[in-house]
Design a protein around this ligand. Structure first.
Ligand SMILES: [Cu+2]
Length: 254
């Protein structure tokens, strides 16, 4: 409820509701702290005003109440961190689905665009060579490799299949960018010289915005892409329309 009032997006991924739930608890806790501390602050302004206390008291507080309250705050924060946040994070980074069970997309940040590289209908990525990267060859596809003939390289358009786990392998060509998928409640920095994988499972079809979450230069504000979570039929149609001409046909379903 609080999340909704604060304008948080509705989650479109399987794990998203867990993060949503954790944030909801955090927000209620922060609200309680805010109200509690503010009330205490106003109380002290009156209670310890000079007119009521002409002479200084050098002993100060004698009850243990403040210590106990502080301890409870630390305890609740520890539960939020150790009980909710760390297990969620651990699942994201240790329990990856197998490549064969997921849709793998290579993502490259480049000032100021996102490049998405799909394996195409055959499900196999073609060979790439850094030396072949040019303005007409965004990811350095090797034209001699047959596996790469049907690969799809699309700028600013990420197509995903609903209810199928997705692995995104994220890198950058120039500076540090950050692939921010707010609707999926996940994001990852795109760091030059390294590939960082993330995974999630989209569960709602639709069209969502992707933004760059790191200030990466003058055109940062325009580094925007779209994410489409497609039904199997829509995804097949997109694949058919976008696989390069001359590519082998998609394997037929039995
Ligand atoms: Cu960027």
């Amino acid at each position: 409820m609080l999340n909704h009032l604060l304008g948080m997006p509705q989650s479109a991924s399987e794990h998203g509701f867990l993060i949503d739930h954790m944030l909801e608890v955090c927000h209620w806790f922060m609200l309680a702290l805010f109200v509690g501390w503010s009330t205490f602050f106003v109380f002290t302004l009156f209670r310890f005003h000079e007119s009521r206390n002409p002479r200084a008291d050098y002993h100060g507080v004698k009850t243990k109440a403040s210590t106990h309250i502080e301890f409870m705050v630390v305890l609740i924060e520890a539960v939020l961190l150790l009980g909710f946040a760390l297990p969620l994070w651990a699942k994201r980074v240790t329990q990856f689905p197998k490549d064969a069970d997921a849709q793998v997309v290579k993502v490259t940040g480049q000032q100021f665009t996102w490049i998405f590289h799909y394996a195409g209908p055959d499900g196999i990525f073609g060979k790439q060579d850094l030396n072949l990267i040019s303005t007409s060859n965004d990811v350095g596809m090797d034209p001699k490799d047959p596996a790469g003939k049907d690969d799809i390289v699309a700028r600013n358009e990420l197509h995903l299949l609903v209810n199928k786990p997705v692995i995104l392998e994220i890198g950058s060509k120039d500076v540090i960018h950050s692939l921010s998928l707010q609707a999926m409640f996940i994001g990852q920095d795109a760091i030059p010289g390294t590939i960082t994988p993330i995974w999630f499972k989209p569960i709602r079809t639709g069209q969502y915005e992707i933004i760059c979450g790191q200030l990466c230069g003058l055109g940062h504000y325009g580094m925007r892409a779209m994410m489409f979570v497609d039904s199997p039929e829509d995804y097949a149609a997109w694949l058919k329309d976008n696989a390069p001409a001359g590519a082998p046909p998609a394997p037929q379903k039995p």
